[in-house]
Design a protein around this ligand. Structure first.
Ligand code: FES
Length: 167
């Protein structure tokens, strides 16, 4: 009777210890694993199927504003355009390449104006008026159907990078 009781106590203690160990391992794994929001933080997906021509959308990617502008038929095509289906888009990091202000889009004139020091960019992000030293920067992107995924360098982006068109 006494032996049975000791066996039972030993078994109970063993199970309790094993359960505690598994629980501790699980807790450690949860601590080490990045949160789901952190895993997704490097990427921003934008569905462009409903984009309106000449209406600037400002998205956010890695804490930076991202300009997305669907071009109208009368806007000059540019090698920096992101082409999705039959539509052309200007996509750039919305920070002036002079000192980092956020330029405003002037829809009637099809240009970006920076209020800080008067710099201007056309609807393809190219410099129209200094002091900005270079065009608005195109962020790494890839195209998935009608969606633009920011943060991943797809073939279209790599082609622009090789051609020196990113900034
Ligand atoms: Fe835009 Fe200076 S920061 S012109």
């Amino acid at each position: 009777m006494e032996k049975k009781r000791r066996d039972f106590m030993g078994l109970s203690l063993g199970l309790f210890t094993a359960a505690g160990g598994i629980g501790a391992l699980y807790a450690m794994k949860r601590t080490w694993d990045p949160l789901p929001s952190v895993k997704a933080a490097g990427f921003t997906t934008i569905d462009l199927s409903g984009a309106q021509p000449n209406v600037l959308t400002v998205e956010k990617w890695r804490g930076k504003p991202i300009f997305v502008l669907k071009k109208t038929a009368d806007m000059k095509p540019d090698d920096r355009d992101v082409i999705i289906g039959s539509d052309r888009f200007h996509v750039s990091i919305g920070l002036c390449t002079h000192l980092g202000c956020i330029p405003a889009y002037e829809g009637e004139q099809h240009k970006f104006k920076c209020a800080c020091h008067g710099g201007e960019f056309d609807a393809s992000g190219r410099v129209l008026k200094s002091p900005p030293p270079s065009p608005l920067v195109i962020p790494p992107f890839t195209i998935e159907g009608t969606k633009l995924v920011l943060g991943e360098a797809g073939p279209e982006y790599k082609k622009m990078l090789d051609a020196g068109l990113i900034a």
